[in-house]
Design a binder for this molecule. Structure first.
Ligand code: GTR
Length: 332
């Protein structure tokens, strides 16, 4: 005897549709999976701040945004990562304003040597109305800058000799970040500038392809450059802000509520980063001295004087950016 039930295909389809509708009503919308870029290793102030950003965003959006950060530059070098974030292939990142210059011309103003009188002056400018102007310029290139990180002051270091006067730079092969202004800067000091990705510098210093580079104390130490370059000359020629930036495509997809959450998480990350930065800068300076690095004092006015032609050429080439430059000078 057979059981007298047969499956009616029409009823099956109707039932499946009802189940689907119920599922859509009760299940949360699919999460946005965000991938973030960071050049620094775990434990670096920026990395810790990005970890906290990721956690705050994921927790407070109840998983509507699931963020993950990739440290150590494993997703590529900075110029590539900028392009990928602009296109939305990457969703967020911590970028230095130096390599941003070729893409967002306004940010080149920040790469003019000795622009800020000190780090506090940089924060004052970037946290105010002028910082918003930079954020607007970045947004026109599809990057939403939500907060500004500290990056200390950058100084020159090398494997060959103490540098006290600009003349001591003569002939040194110095790595710079990807921006023509830095090539002009090192050339004006008599050195040979080599633009190169950050991740390649260690090996190039080791093999003598480079004699030196320039950076802040935490990066000098965390990159291991301090093992090879034993002369650190406190030129403090660049005080460059860094952004926590979101891809505009990812930002535009967020509800108002989630935009507020993400913005707050970025501001909290910046507060943490700046605290950690202060401790880390001091600590790294002590660590590298203990590791045998010689700190050289420099004749700063002499270095500054060598930069005058760079300012003159910049203003001639970008007359539209002169008001921004003057506003920054007047705001300090
Ligand atoms: C670091 C900065 C990085 C990167 C690097 C470099 O100080 O935080 O974003 O710009 O310098 O020299 O390439």
């Amino acid at each position: 005897m057979s059981i007298g039930y047969s499956l009616n295909p029409v009823h099956c389809l109707q039932a499946a549709a009802v189940v689907g509708m119920l599922a859509a009503m009760t299940m949360p919308a699919q999460a946005d999976n965000w991938r973030g870029w960071n050049v620094h290793p775990q434990g670096y102030p920026n990395s810790e701040a990005l970890d906290s950003f990721v956690k705050e965003v994921t927790d407070k959006t109840d998983g509507r945004v699931k963020a993950k950060i990739f440290h150590n530059g494993v997703l590529g070098d900075q110029p590539d990562a900028i392009e990928q974030t602009r296109s939305g292939a990457l969703n967020f990142a911590n970028f230095n304003m130096g390599p941003m210059g070729p893409i967002v011309p306004e940010t080149n103003v920040l790469s003019l040597p000795f622009l800020f009188k000190d780090i506090d002056a940089m924060h004052k400018v970037m946290d105010g109305e002028i910082g918003q102007r930079f954020a607007d310029a970045l947004e026109r290139k599809n990057l939403i800058a939500l907060s500004w990180f500290d990056s200390g002051a950058r100084s020159v270091y090398n494997t060959k000799r103490a540098i006290n006067e600009p003349e001591d730079m003569q002939g040194l092969k110095v790595r710079v970040m990807n921006n023509d202004l830095y090539v002009e800067m090192i050339d004006a000091l008599g050195g040979n500038a080599t633009p190169m990705a950050y991740g390649e510098v260690y090996q190039s210093l080791k093999t003598g392809v480079l004699d030196g580079a320039e950076n802040n104390f935490p990066s000098f130490e965390s990159s291991g450059h301090d093992e090879i370059a034993k002369y650190f000359s406190e030129t403090e020629h660049l005080i460059l802000p860094e952004c926590l930036c979101i891809a505009k495509r990812s930002w535009d997809k967020l509800s108002d509520q989630d935009q507020r959450i993400v913005r707050q998480a970025a501001l909290d990350a910046a507060t943490l980063q700046r605290q950690l930065w202060q401790e880390s800068s001091k600590q790294s300076r002590e660590d590298v001295i203990a590791a045998g690095v010689e700190i050289n004092e420099v004749d700063k006015p002499a270095f500054q004087a060598k930069m005058e032609p760079i300012y003159a050429a910049f203003v001639k080439k970008h007359p539209d950016l002169e008001p921004l430059l003057n506003d920054i000078r007047n705001a300090q």
